[in-house]
Design a protein around this ligand. Structure first.
Ligand code: F6R
Length: 247
């Protein structure tokens, strides 16, 4: 696992975007795993700029998103479908038929999850997965206590996560209670992981992820076992790290 500490949010976003762009240039039909939330927004802004100014071509890129709330239709302004279209897809030349996001409205969620896993495999797996991290150490919606070998499935959201996300809804009660999420095992099969974090609120989770023992209490700690995981954090998120990560 490589740890890169940058000055601030802008720098981590640019660093992450450069890694994604260089993969797209090398392998135009690469399979990218996207995350939602506030963390990757800066990275997405850079990708949009690179598309507009430098001709970064997404026409052959295949995408899979990590997760989606159960019960929110794609048109709901807090659904992750809506988020991805607003913040990335509508600004780049990705082919809509190459986009995959879990279907929160699926009638048979279990069958949908199996189909999603098979679809990832049918494209040869995810080449690069972008990850954020919850303040409780979750990745995607794999909350503390999730099995470290888990696959795509429905999960109940912890109160902490619902509270963290309540800022995007009218009130706490409106925050969905369930989500479909790639499993920790699914994420670990991606050929490369880029985990981004910024701000003091992530410092404890980053400390556990980088320097703590691997445990289901902090699902993100599993990335220590990934051969090609890059953790890119700003100074605040790195604030509790004790090791020397200068390169
Ligand atoms: C979203 C996701 C979540 C977020 C995490 C951090 O697709 O996978 O695990 O990455 O909740 O969210 P932010 O970036 O809003 O702090």
């Amino acid at each position: 696992m490589l740890v890169i500490i940058k000055k601030d949010y802008e720098e981590i976003s640019f660093e992450g975007a450069k890694l994604v762009a260089s993969l797209i240039r090398k392998k135009p039909d690469c399979v990218l795993g996207f995350a939602t939330g506030s963390t990757p927004l800066g990275l997405y802004k850079h990708l949009i700029r690179m598309h507009k100014d430098e001709g970064l071509d997404f026409s052959k890129v295949i995408s899979f998103n990590l997760d989606e709330y159960v019960g929110l239709p794609p048109s709901h302004n807090q659904s992750y479908h809506f988020f991805m279209w607003e913040n990335l897809f509508k600004h780049i030349n990705i082919n809509p038929s190459n986009i995959h996001i879990p279907m929160g409205m699926a009638e048979d969620i279990e069958s949908f999850c199996e189909w999603y896993e098979a679809k990832i495999v049918s494209y040869g797996g995810i080449d690069l997965q972008i990850l954020g991290i919850g303040s409780n150490g979750h990745i995607a919606f794999n909350e503390p206590g999730s099995s470290l070998g888990s696959r795509t499935r429905i999960k109940t959201l912890k109160e902490k996560t619902r509270n963290d996300n309540a800022r995007f809804f009218k009130n706490f009660e409106e925050v969905p209670k369930f989500a479909i999420t790639m499993g920790v095992g699914t994420i670990m099969e991606a050929k490369r992981l880029i985990l981004l974090a910024n701000g003091k609120s992530k410092a404890e989770a980053i400390k556990a992820t980088v320097e703590g023992p691997i445990m289901a209490k902090y699902p993100a700690t599993i990335v220590q076992l990934h051969q090609y995981a890059t953790v890119i954090v700003d100074k605040e998120a790195a604030g509790l790290l004790e090791g020397d990560y200068s390169t």
